[in-house]
Design a binder for this molecule. Sequence first.
Ligand SMILES: [Zn+2]
Length: 253
Amino acid sequence: MTAIIIILLAVLGAALGSFFNVLIYRLPRKESIIFPASHCAECGKAIPAYLNIPIFSYIMLGGKCKYCQARIHWHHLLVEIITPLILIGIFLQYGLFNLVFLKYATLAMFMIPIFFIDAFHQIIPHKLSIPLIPLGLLFAFLPGGDVGFVEALIAAGIIFAFLVFLAYAYRFARKADGIGGGDIWLLTGIAGFFGLLSMPYVILIAAVLGIIYFLIFVRDKSQGFAFGTFISFTAVAWALLGASRIMDILSFM
Ligand SMILES: [Zn+2]
């Protein structure tokens, strides 16, 4: 049974990953998600269905367009591989037939396109961040969740108010934007999923990872800082490690 579920999640994940690649390319360019159908970004030729099979097509074509030989960015392959792996990881942590699996699978599926779009473009599309807020509250409202509705509501409210305050304070002190609106929507949404007590850890880990990356890899210090990339990475890691279970362990220490 477990093997069958893993195979099904692998297929579903690869297909979702293929869809996320469309989002990652089109959302920051403000293109329609639905029309036109998949096409080469370079020569515009439509990609026939038999060349649109996740993972296999990329490997078969050697990462190049069949018509114009333009390189297809490596993130296409990476997204189609990590999406099924994350789905399977969440299944192994929570099981399949329960609300918590659905909840963290949903959260992770939003985090994957946000991770790449923010990394490549330094923006977090509102179409991906804002829906997280009602979704998190909905999962908290339904029976069988790991975070209660009132806690989720308070968590989202406090994180939102705290970040808005921080953003204004930073702008007042430095005369520049430190925290973007996208980061605020994203963290408010995540707060509804994880609840209040997880959020200081999630924000702190994301900030530390981001600062380490910035200090080691970013040469041009004036370059934008993609905090959303580190937030979404940390949120997926937190969900994979068992979210509320980590808090149970921490509360014993
Ligand atoms: Zn082409």
